[in-house]
Design a protein around this ligand. Structure first.
Ligand SMILES: Cc1cc2nc3c(=O)[nH]c(=O)nc-3n(C[C@H](O)[C@H](O)[C@H](O)COP(=O)(O)OP(=O)(O)OC[C@H]3O[C@@H](n4cnc5c(N)ncnc54)[C@H](O)[C@@H]3O)c2cc1C
Length: 366
């Protein structure tokens, strides 16, 4: 198999590079993926008028004008603003925790008193971490409440370890929003591709210079590929046959259910930090406001990852960082192989960040 470029993985990282190399540089690309579809984890499919995200709810959000302009070449976006609620003490409250959550969970007089204390200490509209709240003697109890009711048990389910065992950055990021803004993201650009992610991805690689091969594992064809460059968005430890150790991941199981009624729940995503074994339920029709008599939801169960299963989240801790660094050094010795994407770089990337990174890899090519 011959092409100027071989790209392993038809997720957003691989697709962005394939698109740029073919459309801008006029180069040939062999794009392979071992799954039977393109899009990687953003793949969606139509279920009688509802676009279902096979690998969990995906909301595009970005502050980067350049990335927003880029994705808009391939799709128009429905102006969806994401909100998430969590079931806490029997009430559905906005998360990240904000002043509306406060008034839903506490008696009015108490909530007013806490709100005054918050506004005396922090600017309206700011975001503070629960660690900052902890430093204020009168707000320490609120910090502890948010930690226990919203963060601790969700983390235990999601990562099967305590927050303290994870990289401190995870813990420091738990935000409290000193505002009435219920949106999950405050990014300037947010939305869902009007025809879905898969259609957007198809448009990205609609160039005869790109040859797509699905259900094709790199390892099975590595010996018969002739190319000048390889862009590899699979797992970096797998590429090197795990010779420096295995990078840990968390996996997920999605239990999809169909309900013969218009809506199942009151929003696209509801978190269950303290109840059940699943972490959240996603209801897909909210994203494009699909009008159908039925609804599709997914119950999301975190689980351990074993070789051969889908990798979802890299596990951020000191040990995994050291293993990754060792692989990254090895990767640097290979001049014609570029490791890209969430698996190639072993880090959690949002969609806009993975595209931005692929665009910069493209721009820096000799
Ligand atoms: C549950 C969940 C929800 C998310 N929600 C959001 C969200 O709301 N908003 C957001 O911005 N981001 C979200 N993300 C992140 C988003 O999914 C990623 O940014 C994006 O999908 C990463 O693209 P990628 O190309 O790096 O990886 P992937 O999409 O995983 O693509 C990699 C591809 O490589 C293929 N591959 C791997 N190894 C081989 C091999 N040896 N041979 C052939 N093919 C191979 C895989 O099959 C896969 O298709 C979410 C992630 C998860 C896990």
């Amino acid at each position: 198999m011959k092409a100027k470029n071989c790209i392993v993985g038809a997720g957003l990282a691989g697709l962005t590079l394939a698109e740029r190399l073919a459309n801008v540089r006029g180069e040939s690309v062999l794009l392979i993926d071992r799954r039977n579809h393109i899009g990687g984890n953003v793949y969606d499919y139509d279920d009688e008028g509802i676009l279902v995200h096979q690998y969990g709810t995906h909301i595009f959000h970005s502050n980067e004008q350049k990335v927003w302009q880029y994705v808009n070449i391939f799709s128009r976006f429905y102006p969806y603003m994401h909100e998430v609620k969590a079931l806490v003490d029997g009430s559905f409250v906005p998360v990240p925790f904000n002043l509306n959550s406060l008034f839903t969970l506490f008696p009015a007089a108490m909530a007013q008193e806490i709100e005054s204390m918050l506004l005396q200490s922090f600017e309206y509209g700011s975001k503070v971490s629960i660690l900052e709240l902890q430093k204020h003697p009168k707000l320490a109890f609120l910090s502890q409440f948010i930690y226990e009711k919203i963060f601790l048990h969700y983390t235990l389910k999601q990562w099967q370890c305590t927050p303290q065992e994870l990289d401190s950055s995870v813990f420091e990021r738990v935000p409290v929003s000193i505002s009435r803004d219920n949106r999950y993201f405050q990014d300037r650009f947010q939305g869902i591709p009007m025809q879905g992610y898969t259609k957007m991805c198809e448009k990205m690689i609609a160039n005869p210079l790109i040859t797509l091969k699905l259900e094709c594992d790199y390892k099975d064809i590595a010996d018969c590929i002739e190319c000048e460059r390889i862009f590899y968005s699979g797992a970096i430890d797998e590429f090197f046959d795990y010779e420096l150790g295995e990078l840990p991941y968390r996996s997920l199981h999605f239990d999809f259910m169909r309900f013969e009624r218009e809506y199942f729940q009151s929003g696209a995503v509801i978190n269950y930090p303290n109840n059940y074994d699943f972490t959240r339920i996603g209801e897909y029709k909210y994203f494009l406001d699909s009008k159908t008599p039925h609804s599709i939801v997914s119950f999301e169960y975190p689980k351990a990852w074993h070789r051969g299963e889908e990798r979802y989240y890299p596990v951020p801790n000191e040990q995994s960082a050291a293993i990754y660094q060792a692989y990254a050094r090895k990767a640097n010795e290979l001049k014609n192989v570029h490791f890209i994407g969430r698996l190639g770089e072993y880090r959690y990337y949002d969609m806009d960040k993975v595209i931005a990174r692929a665009l910069s890899v493209f721009e820096n090519l000799a």
